[in-house]
Design a protein around this ligand. Structure first.
Ligand code: ZN
Length: 193
């Protein structure tokens, strides 16, 4: 996916932690949580199990700032952080656990020191050295890495790139759930942050 790299195993997790000095002298600046389910204006429910999180971590260590995409969040804890920065032990951690059985799913546990703790199925990241300072940046949708493309047929009708079902999209959020196969489909270019 554009500009993001995925933490696919513990070695990649250790390399990321190394790069960010274990999230020491770092802080969770902002996060944006999105459920892939919604209730529309007619009060109809569009169900989907995906819940994703986008996190901006700023650090006093190079590269300065990093964006994390936590896909399919299972657990989310925001811990008390009186200083607002992770400058005491313990530093952060990333633990990758592969699936051990057919019904088991891989999970990634991410701890940003004394700030945020997330357990999710997939973790992607992008270095954002230009994202220093106080301004908010994480508007728009959380980019899902497994979205399939959809093709526009007319102003409101789109065709799923996975199953070819056609469906109406009235809200251009960038992503929608295909009513036939339930895959996430991209119905517009994702907004640039
Ligand atoms: Zn579909």
């Amino acid at each position: 996916m554009n500009g993001y790299r995925e933490v696919v195993d513990q070695r990649a997790a250790d390399a990321l932690l190394d790069r960010m000095a274990g999230f020491h002298d770092a802080l969770v600046k902002e996060f944006h949580f999105v459920s892939r389910a919604w209730i529309d204006a007619e009060r109809a429910a569009n169900l989907h199990s995906g819940r994703d999180l986008r996190v901006l971590v700023q650090s006093q260590v190079e590269p300065g700032a990093i964006e994390l995409l936590c896909i399919c969040v299972a657990e989310l804890v925001l811990e008390q952080d009186p200083d607002g920065i992770n400058d005491t032990e313990p530093d952060g951690a990333i633990d990758v656990r592969g699936a051990s059985g057919p019904d088991d799913r891989p999970s990634v546990r991410v701890e940003i020191g004394n700030g945020l703790r997330v357990v999710c199925q997939r973790l992607l990241f992008a270095e954002r050295p230009e994202w220093a300072g106080p301004a908010a940046r994480l508007g728009g949708d959380v980019p899902p890495p497994d979205a399939v493309p959809a093709h526009v047929l007319d102003d409101e009708t789109w065709k799923c790139g996975a199953c070819s079902a056609t469906f109406a999209v009235t809200q251009r959020s960038g992503f929608a759930s295909c009513p036939a196969c339930r895959r996430l489909v991209c119905v517009a270019p994702p907004p640039s942050p």
